[in-house]
Every structure is written in C-alpha cells, then in structure tokens.
Design a protein around this ligand. Structure first.
Ligand code: PRP
Ligand code: URA
Length: 209
C-alpha cells in the first residue's frame, strides 16, 4: 500500500514570503511576486521526486560524469490562482510543458465545476507538478488529479501554498500516490469553505478582482 506523502517545507524564506502573502495589506503586484517566488521554492522541493539518470558530458577540459533529470517536467496550473505558483516553478525549468485546468468552486456546494482543460502531450512520460495554492476542501485538487490521470499522468506532485487538514485528507483519500508539498497546514475551514486563518481568496488577491 502507498503511504500518502505530505511535505511541509520549513525553509525560513518560504515562511517569510507566506507571512506577507497572508497579510491583508499586501497589494496585488507584491502578492503576485511573492506567489511566484513561493512557487519556485515549492517547485524545487517537489521536483526532488523526479530522480536523475547518469550520463556524461564533455567539458572544455575532458569528459565528466553527469546526471540529468530522469523525466521531462510538465507544469499544470489549476486556474486561476495556480497561475501564480506555476510562473515560479517555470523559472526553475523553463523547458517544461504547460497545462491548464479551469475549475471554480460552486459557492453553495463547494464542489469544483470544470470549465476548461488543455494538457500537454505525453503526460504519461512526464513528471507532473500540479500547481494550486489553496487546498481547502481538497475538491478542486482531487478533481484536477483525476483529470490528469484520465489523460495518462502517472507521476504527480501537488504544490500548494496553504493546505487545510480536510483538503490534505481528501486528496490523499482519493489519490494516495500523490505527494503534497505545502508551505503551511492550517487547521480548519470557515462556514463558507475558506481556510482559517488562510490568506483570503487567492485568485482575487492575485488578480485584483
Ligand atoms: C480556489 C483555489 C483552489 C480552490 C480550493 O479556486 O485556487 O483551486 O479554490 O478550494 P477547494 O479545495 O475547496 O476545492 P476558486 O474556485 O476560488 O477559483 P479561482 O482560482 O478562479 O478564484
Ligand atoms: N480558495 C481560496 O482562494 N481561499 C480559500 O481560503 C479557500 C479556497
């Protein structure tokens, strides 16, 4: 049986950025920049799972043993708020193929509603980093993983800025093979499904809507 994996990244830089992302006074331009930077740190942690394969290269002096990534990387953003995290992860691996999954939460049921899916080819051969900054009920992330798997993805890591305990439980219940990388775990959701203390509505804060 697969042991579900949760990694809470404890790097002080990430904690510092999260403090400013949580702060309600942080304006959209700064929020976007911080979200990108957090995406690079979380993407760095998540891509440890790819592994490497041995090769050799010719330096200007002589042949040298080297290691390269064992699989290509695909980055998939859950729209809208996943775009911010994905930009940061992309700075680590600019060759990545990119996919988009459009989901929004129905405000009454909190169930995800799908409105757009466009994914790169050959997902089955790629290491997929799914970017969704907020894991609240976990419904959106679980649905995004289901869509990726339907398209052939086999190795998936989820990066989230904030994860609520309920959301982690939901993703791991539906997809125990998916490792979750988060900057922090918050204890609960409020009566309208927002993470407490959270950072508010990530999409609205990113895009100033
Ligand atoms: C937010 C967030 C996640 C989702 C998390 O998206 O970006 O995708 O909510 O909630 P869940 O874990 O309960 O499913 P939202 O539906 O607000 O759409 P937006 O990013 O377009 O604002
Ligand atoms: N989506 C958000 O953007 N924030 C939350 O707290 C929960 C879902």
């Amino acid at each position: 049986m697969v042991q579900p994996k949760l990694v809470v990244c404890d790097h002080p830089l990430l904690k510092h950025k999260l403090a400013h992302l949580r702060d309600k006074r942080t304006p959209p331009a700064e929020f976007r920049r911080l979200m990108q930077e957090a995406g690079a740190i979380l993407g760095y942690e998540a891509t440890r799972g790819i592994g490497s394969r041995k090769t050799s290269v010719l330096t200007p002096i002589k042949a040298s043993p080297a290691e390269v990534l064992a699989a290509p990387v695909a980055l998939v953003a859950v729209l809208r708020a996943g775009l911010g995290l994905m930009e940061g992860a992309l700075s680590l691996y600019p060759e990545a193929r990119i996919g988009h999954i459009g989901l929004y939460r129905n405000e009454e049921t909190l169930n995800p509603v799908r409105y757009y899916v466009r994914l790169p080819k050959d997902l089955n051969k790629s290491f997929v980093v799914l970017c969704d900054p907020m894991l609240a009920t976990g419904g959106s992330a679980a649905e995004a993983v289901r869509i990726l798997k339907m398209d052939g993805a086999r190795k998936i890591a989820l990066i989230s800025l904030l994860a609520a305990k309920d959301g982690i439980r939901r993703v791991h219940q539906d997809h125990p093979d998916v490792a979750v990388y988060a900057a922090a775990v918050d204890a609960k959701l409020n009566s309208v499904g927002y993470i407490v203390p959270g950072l508010g509505d990530a999409g609205d804060r990113l895009f100033g809507t």
